[in-house]
Design a protein around this ligand. Sequence first.
Ligand code: NI
Length: 196
Amino acid sequence: MKSLKKLTGELRYNKRLNNNIIQNNMTPLDIVLFPDNGLREVCKPIPEMTDRLDKLIDDMFYTMYDAPGIGLAAPQVAVQERLIVVDVSEKGDQPIALMNPEIIQSSGSIDWEEGCLSLPGIYGKVTRPSDILVRGMNRDGKIIEFEANELQAICIQHEIDHLNGRLFIDHLSNLKRNRAVKKFHKEQADMQAEQS
Ligand code: NI
């Protein structure tokens, strides 16, 4: 999910550097853009934590903070597995990586103007439960459960949607979705024209 905060990528990145979380060996990954078919697949469950996944999690955090974004799902970096990373904190110091995330309970309702790193430049108001209980595997390979509220709950639901081939625009009315997709294609075409 894309951040609506006016923090620049560089600022967030520097904060991460100060916290020694970003290290030299991290690689920014290419973000898969709409309408790539990979964004429409149901991703595979992850049986266990591995060194490959540990590296992927670091690279996904790097890519997310650099974008800047507040959440990223594995299919957005062309990996069709059930892994998400999220950090909705102001300082970018509360990273959560979760494998096989599930929502066990949900309640309340909240509207949010959502964006997505796979659909740069477009936003739309989505209504979701405001309070959720989440279960998943952390990067130590432990099954954890925790409560998430408001923006964190929205972001986790948005990222879990990605693992099921769902995008935030699917929550919009047909009219609003068509308008958003049209705007996206136009902006991408304009950008390509500028670059060539
Ligand atoms: Ni997204």
